[in-house]
Ligand binder design. Sequence first.
Ligand SMILES: [Zn+2]
Length: 237
Amino acid sequence: MEPTLILCPACHKKISASVEACPQCGHPITDHDREVGKSKLQTKRIIFFIGIVVASFLTIGGIVAGMENKETKQPSAPTAEENQAAVNSSPAFPYTAEDIVTVFNSVAHDLNYQNRAVIEETKTGNVATAINVSVGKYVNLIIAVPLGREKASGVMLIGSGDGTLKSSADIVVGMIILIATMSPELEASDRGGVLRELGLLNSKELPTGKTSAVRGHVRYSYRYVEGKGTFLAADAI
Ligand SMILES: [Zn+2]
C-alpha cells in the first residue's frame, strides 16, 4: 500500500499524511492540514498537466470546456506550421504576465483580499509559455504567453476548495479579482453580472456544465469538475 501523500503547509514538500510533524521542516500536521494538503497536491498535479497542455496547444478556454471527470484527453500533436499559425493568430491582452500579477495584487489589496499572487514556475512548450502563479492556499492562476511574444493570451484560475466557507470565499473573491484585472473597464456591478451569467450567483448549487460570458475582448469560461476543482478561464478574443 502506497502511503497517502500530502503537501506540507509550511515548506510545500511532499510528505506522508500519517506523520504528526513534517520530517522536512518540523511543522506540526493537523487533520485540517491533511485535508488541505491532499487537495493542494491534487491541484499541483492538475496545474502541471494543464501547464503542459497550455504550453503545447495554447487553449485556455478549450481546456476548461474539454475538462471532464475522466482523464482530459490531449489532442494529437500539431505540426510546426499549425503551431506557428496558432502563435501568430492568437489574440492577446494588452498585458504581460507580470502586468497581470501586478494588477491582480493591486485589486486584491483594494478589496482587502488577504492572498497575493506570486509567480512560482514557468513551462515553455511548442506554442506558449505557461506561468503558474500561486494565490494562497486554494487558488492558482496559469497565464499563457504565446512563444516569441510578450503579451498574455489567456489566464486560468484554478480553485481547489476543501469544503470550508473560507476556501469557497477565497475562490469566488479570487474570480472577482481576476475579472476586475482582465476587464478593468467594468463597474463592480458588471463584475457581479459576469459571475451571474456564468451561473455562479444564481443559487447555492454550482453549475455542473460549462458556462461562458463575453465582455469586450475577453471570453470567460467556467467549469466545475468534481474532485478536480473550479476553473475560470479568461481568454483574449
Ligand atoms: Zn514541511
